[in-house]
Write a protein that binds this ligand. Structure first.
Ligand SMILES: [Zn+2]
Length: 303
């Protein structure tokens, strides 16, 4: 699956050991590996002396201690959150309590669209419903501290409140889970939406940052080119779904089986939601029909 994308599955951060990975950027990975988080969530420290932390990570005592240890003797003035999944934001209250930093993000967790009858929110447990930023950021808003300037880049799709942050001084982008070197991201309705995700990829494709630092995995090099691969990949997946429906009406498990060859069985549920995300967009465009609103249990056919 996805052999059309030049993935980089390298990862050389040891869990909870801080390392400078770009000028003015230190990275520290939590020890929470899984099929969804790869080797673990990567938290970032921006600047020196007076610093910002991006994505404090899961509520994991070892990770929080390592993160606070890494900034010992420095002042944490800002905490930024890319999105409200449980592997990114639940460490915020403890890190905020220990540092007094203000918390910046797009907003609390919210759905990309209203709940439909029959929606199974199977990724519900992955959302951090408690999170509230001190300061809600709008797209394009610029926040600066000593020696660093971050521009908020709204990138909905993986979640409705997903935000990337452009680090002006180093010409790189903190991409959260929107763009990652090791894998495509999960776009699972109703938390995520395919039309938003594709628009967010187009938005990044028009930007110049050559390197992205992501929530999981190694840095993304030649990022604008990589984003084009991601766009082509989703268009290809959409074509595969339409091709399968060209052979007759099908439900989502049947489409997953036809489209995802060699899929890790642990990811079947996520793949079904990803197909639902494509189908929602295809129904909205009038290319595909289903009975009622698109749902995970529905049957789909070409219009
Ligand atoms: Zn994540």
């Amino acid at each position: 699956m996805s052999d059309d994308i030049p993935f980089d599955k390298s990862f050389d951060l040891e869990p909870d050991r801080v390392r400078e990975i770009a000028p003015g950027v230190r990275a520290i990975a939590a020890d929470n590996p899984s099929p969804f988080t790869f080797k673990g969530t990567v938290s970032y420290i921006v600047g020196r002396g007076q610093v910002a932390i991006i994505d404090p990570g899961p509520d994991d005592a070892t990770h929080i201690a390592a993160l606070l240890d890494a900034v010992r003797g420095e002042t944490v003035t800002h905490i930024f959150v890319t999105h409200t999944h449980r592997d990114h934001s639940p460490a915020v209250p403890k890190v905020k309590a220990a540092t007094g930093a203000a918390v910046f993000a797009q907003g609390p967790h919210r759905l990309s669209r209203p709940l439909h009858t029959g929606d199974v929110r199977r990724l519900d447990a992955s959302a951090d419903m408690e999170f509230r930023p001190d300061i809600a950021l709008a797209d394009g808003e610029v926040v600066s501290g000593r020696g660093w300037t971050l521009e908020a880049v709204a990138t909905p799709g993986h979640t409705a409140n997903h935000m990337a942050f452009a680090f002006k001084e180093a010409d790189l982008l903190f991409a959260g889970d929107h763009v990652m070197a090791w894998s495509t991201t999960i776009v699972a309705p109703p938390d995520g939406a395919m039309s938003d995700y594709m628009a967010s990829l187009q938005k990044l494709a028009a930007r110049g940052e050559p390197t992205y630092l992501s929530g999981h995995g190694a840095p993304v090099r030649e990022a604008p080119r990589y984003v084009q691969f991601l766009i082509r990949h989703r268009r290809g997946r959409e074509a595969s779904i339409l091709h399968r429906l060209g052979k007759g009406a099908a439900d989502i498990p049947t489409i997953v089986k036809a489209v995802y060859i060699g899929l890790d069985p642990r990811l079947i549920g996520a793949a079904g939601l990803s197909v639902l995300a494509h189908l929602e967009e295809l129904v909205a465009r009038g290319a595909v029909v289903t009975d009622g609103t698109p749902s995970i249990a529905g049957t789909y056919r070409l219009a």
